[in-house]
Design a protein around this ligand. Structure first.
Ligand SMILES: [Zn+2]
Length: 275
């Protein structure tokens, strides 16, 4: 039952102090907390934040990155569902906003993310997907991480041109009967325009209508541009192109991350868009 600590975790502690930055931040301020055996390994060296417009394929890449680095993929949607289900005080507070149709305020969202990050599986890091969305959330996240001697290791933006996103999202269709997904260009239905599986009628989700997609993109850009600047100033911003072909995107994401996470000291020298 309580064999968490006997699983050879101690070996993890050995990697503090490897790279100047990480080591220095990793252990600060921990001395006072006696008795908490699991704490020693909390380096957070794979603290990854994913940025990218709706439709850029962020969720898919987040899952792949999480597997590759052995850290949890944490999406805001999942955090909300879990916190509400678990009935934590923050979850209850969020529920009240959600049920009344209001936006959950930043401090509650940040508190729930913080609760989630304290779970043991995020000791080496995390892939955050859908958070932070605003400058205030980014600052709050940094504050929470700093409290345990950590920081964001890399904020990776998956860049896709707006026109491409519109084309991808606006072409999506779904079978009204069996929910099978289609795309007018990439995965077209049969000749009669009906569902190939059940013959049902194909519909477009309101979220995918072109005007809605453009609105969502406008909101995204107005909130995210400052985030990109924020992380750039801190020397942790990196960017990969979201390609039409999934594997190409994944390969670029892996390359960019390897470079960003390997060369902690080289902040600011990459990804400016030059070469
Ligand atoms: Zn169908």
């Amino acid at each position: 039952m309580m064999n968490d600590s006997s699983k050879g975790q101690a070996g993890n502690a050995g990697n503090a102090g490897q790279a100047g930055h990480v080591g220095q931040a990793g252990n600060a301020g921990q001395a006072g907390q006696a008795g908490n055996a699991g704490q020693a390994g909390r380096g957070g060296r794979f603290n990854i934040v994913l940025l990218g417009a709706p439709g850029a394929g962020k969720g898919t890449q987040a899952g792949l990155i999480a597997q590759r680095y052995g850290v949890p993929h944490i999406s805001t949607g999942e955090i909300f569902r879990d916190a509400m289900k678990a009935g934590t005080p923050l979850g209850e507070a969020a529920k009240a906003y959600v049920e009344s149709g209001g936006l959950v305020p930043d401090d509650i969202t940040v508190g729930m993310v913080d609760e989630r990050l304290k779970k043991g599986d995020a000791a080496d890091g995390f892939v955050l997907d859908g958070f932070p969305r605003t400058l205030a959330q980014a600052e709050a996240l940094d504050g929470r991480l700093a409290a345990s001697g950590q920081k964001v290791a890399v904020a990776l933006n998956i860049h896709v041109e707006d026109a491409d996103i519109v084309r991808r999202l606006a072409g999506r269709r779904m079978c009204k009967a069996c929910q099978k997904p289609y795309h007018v260009v990439y995965n077209p239905p049969g000749k009669d325009g009906a569902c190939g599986a059940c013959g049902g009628e194909l519909i477009q989700r309101a979220d995918d209508e072109e005007s809605t997609v453009r609105e969502r993109l406008a909101v995204y850009h107005s909130k995210t541009a400052p985030l990109i600047e924020y992380y750039r100033e801190r020397g942790v911003f990196a960017e990969a192109m979201g390609h039409e072909i999934l594997d190409e995107t994944t390969q670029e994401v892996y390359d960019v991350l390897a470079k960003a996470l390997g060369g902690v000291g080289e902040a600011g020298s990459c990804c400016g868009g030059g070469s």
